[in-house]
Design a protein around this ligand. Sequence first.
Ligand SMILES: Nc1ncnc2c1ncn2[C@@H]1O[C@H](COP(=O)(O)OP(=O)(O)OP(=O)(O)O)[C@@H](O)[C@H]1O
Ligand SMILES: [Mg+2]
Length: 284
Amino acid sequence: MGLLNRGNIKEKPDRMHKPGKALPKLSGAWIKGLKKNQKLPEYITENVSEELIHLEDLVKIYDTGALKVLGLKRINLTIHRGEFVAIMGQSGSGKSTLMNILGCLDRPSMGHYYLDGVDVAAMNPDELSLIRNRKIGFVFQSFNLISRTSALKNVELPMTYARKNKRFREQRARELLERVGLGKRAEHMPNELSGGQRQRVAIARALANEPPLLLADEPTGNLDTAASVEIMELFSQLHKEGTTVVVVTHEEEIAAFTERIIRFRDGQILSDCPNVPRKPGEEG
Ligand SMILES: Nc1ncnc2c1ncn2[C@@H]1O[C@H](COP(=O)(O)OP(=O)(O)OP(=O)(O)O)[C@@H](O)[C@H]1O
Ligand SMILES: [Mg+2]
């Protein structure tokens, strides 16, 4: 088994779920009753579409009672499999709103989000958590590791949800920690690790189920320059190995590692430009 999802498309694009096409619904009971090795639907387990992310007139309105806040205003955006993208923009411009929707942590108010060809808006909460578990790795600014739980167990967690057996989980978690340079820290608790090391554990955890998409909302926001560069070099490597990576950042030096920079302002895309990425070891 390869460590990383190389993004091979097994299905033909014409198997994409088109707007309005009904999905075979999964019920909570069905998921709870899922037996070991029982097959999940192909739209969850397989790589379906060249367009990994496709947004159509996507709108997000936050309804806070008295006030309605427009988080995103009619976003149209496509990110292909294998891209390495930075999302930039001032505070409050909608970056996290977008990432939370891309990561299926939140739903759009209007419009469509096709994740690997499937309209996420049509999914029920059980399907959403399944698709999140298989297709998306999410990395947060504050690492979000489970305290008093070893690095190894933190990395194993998404595989527990995916019902992988203990031996498989432990072996893969060790491989992933090795992969992010923390092979010797597997038994350490998060509070025994530096910020950069914690973020590398979080990245290993995000990769646990070989997701095709890695989303990171200001992953270097709590790190010093040296640790930030290490994290971005790791993302560059993962991108080269086939993972699609989308990173939110405030810093031009961080965005410089990517191949495409999308800038947001007031919930809209201000610009969307290709970028010649910074090479590992090159000064910013
Ligand atoms: N849960 C919420 N309820 C109400 N309004 C919200 C909520 N989350 C975000 N907003 C609003 O939506 C807009 C976009 O916020 P968002 O968090 O996406 O910005 P951001 O670009 O990530 O900013 P930052 O760089 O500070 O993280 C802001 O006006 C914000 O106040
Ligand atoms: Mg934010």
